[in-house]
Design a protein around this ligand. Structure first.
Ligand SMILES: Cc1cc2nc3c(=O)[nH]c(=O)nc-3n(C[C@H](O)[C@H](O)[C@H](O)COP(=O)(O)OP(=O)(O)OC[C@H]3O[C@@H](n4cnc5c(N)ncnc54)[C@H](O)[C@@H]3O)c2cc1C
Length: 379
């Protein structure tokens, strides 16, 4: 199994890193403090041709492979130090745009993908509900046929890009234990964006509750087959989240390691750099081991996905490892930075808060262990 990067991918990674370091990083601390999404950073990303990276060129995208998306996501996080920007981008790519590309009719693709790929539109996905999180099948939002249309009613929560998206794919129950996905134009009067949620981390990414109140959509808004969204579209979204979206946390781990190495070499105590104390040097070694374990796990899952090989086990292993170990690395980075690491002005403090989402969003660590153990036990 060879998932090493080609020279072209290495050059692409370097150019994306440079863009993120120049454009995303400078305002990251302020956006975090203010909980503010910055449309100018988004416009700059779109100008780089990155808004439609996973989508084929015929729909305006860049036709990137799964590995290209992993590499770009990782490089943006490493250079940008802004987990929130990566969260919004990841949601736009893998749960906002990819389902329309993979399951949409030609008409749906022509209607939505050009805007999503040139960045003039932002995409979102709404499956989670106040009473249906890990148990995604327990959703209560209903879609009832009415003439040739459908009427959606219910409440969604934790919707990334909810306040800024022009299009949102909404999951609703259409029969007992059967859900259907609907592509909803967010200007629909029945699609009501509620309170923006005040989060611990990833604060530059807007997250909201959505109320669907007699939200009337026409039959041509149905994405994929009626009643089959849970085990096809939603399942696939989770898979993209666990292979591509999670790569941002690997970039975050790389950034906190680099900051920690630089700080440990520069900071002197007892007359010498703290890097010369074995306790500090070993922390750096442990951070590197965790980083490479996570990167290898993510690249392996992404490579298998790209080559069309079954990889549910590998994707859950990657998601679990990254979700847990990125937090450990951020904690070690803070420890190495001492009191300064505890200050909001240092990137490592934000890195810890941003990293924590990795063990919750897109399927918690406990759910990953449930999947892994079920696959092991054949249940
Ligand atoms: C910042 C953020 C952005 C998000 N973005 C989106 C989005 O864009 N679209 C969207 O639809 N959703 C989104 N989510 C929702 C996210 O996917 C859910 O929060 C996640 O799946 C967990 O669901 P929950 O929060 O309801 O927790 P719960 O499911 O209530 O879990 C609570 C605890 O119980 C544990 N638990 C639950 N069931 C089991 C079990 N069977 N075995 C063992 N332990 C279990 C969990 O692991 C967890 O520790 C987002 C969430 C956050 C925080």
């Amino acid at each position: 199994m060879d998932f090493s990067l080609s020279d072209e991918q290495k050059a692409f990674r370097a150019s994306v890193y440079d863009w993120a370091a120049a454009t995303v990083a400078p305002g990251a601390s302020d956006r975090d403090k203010e909980g503010r999404w910055d449309p100018q950073v988004w416009k700059s990303l779109a100008a780089q041709g990155l808004a439609g990276l996973p989508i084929p060129e015929q729909y305006g995208g860049a036709g990137g492979s799964v590995m290209d998306c992993v590499v770009a996501n990782e490089a943006i996080a490493e250079g940008g130090h802004d987990g929130g920007f990566n969260l919004s981008l990841g949601a736009h790519w893998v749960i906002g745009s990819v389902p329309i590309w993979l399951h949409g009719t030609e008409e749906q693709k022509q209607r939505w993908l050009p805007g999503l790929t040139d960045g003039s539109m932002i995409g979102a996905w709404a499956s989670t509900e106040p009473e249906a999180g890990s148990d995604a099948a327990g959703l209560l939002t209903t879609a009832v046929p009415d003439g040739g249309d459908w009427i959606l009613n219910g409440n969604k929560i934790f919707i990334t890009n909810g306040p800024i998206a022009q299009v949102c794919t909404v999951l609703a129950k259409t029969a007992e234990k059967a859900a259907t996905a609907f592509i909803v134009d967010t200007s629909n009067p029945g699609f009501q964006v509620g309170k923006e949620l005040d989060k611990m981390g990833c604060r530059s990414s807007p997250t909201a509750e959505i109320a669907l109140i007699d939200c009337r959509v026409s039959a041509d808004c149905v994405l994929g087959k009626v009643g089959e969204a849970l085990w096809s579209i939603a399942f696939e979204c989770f898979d993209w989240e666990r292979t591509v979206m999670i790569a941002s946390a690997v970039g975050g781990m790389q950034a906190t390691l680099a900051s920690s190495i630089a700080y440990a070499k520069e900071r002197k105590q007892f007359g010498r750099p703290i890097s010369q104390f074995q306790a500090v040097a070993h922390k750096l070694a442990e951070m590197k081991v965790r980083l490479e374990s996570c990167r290898t796990a993510v690249y392996r899952a992404a490579y298998l996905k790209q080559t069309g090989v079954e990889h549910q086990m590998e994707a859950s292993i990657a998601k679990y490892l990254v979700g847990e170990l990125s937090v450990k690395n951020a904690l070690d980075a803070i420890q190495i930075h001492g009191g300064y690491g505890y200050l909001r002005d240092f990137n490592v403090e934000r890195a810890l808060r941003d990293a924590k989402l990795g063990s919750i969003g897109g399927g918690t660590s406990e759910i990953q262990k449930l999947i892994i153990s079920r696959l092991l036990l054949g249940g």
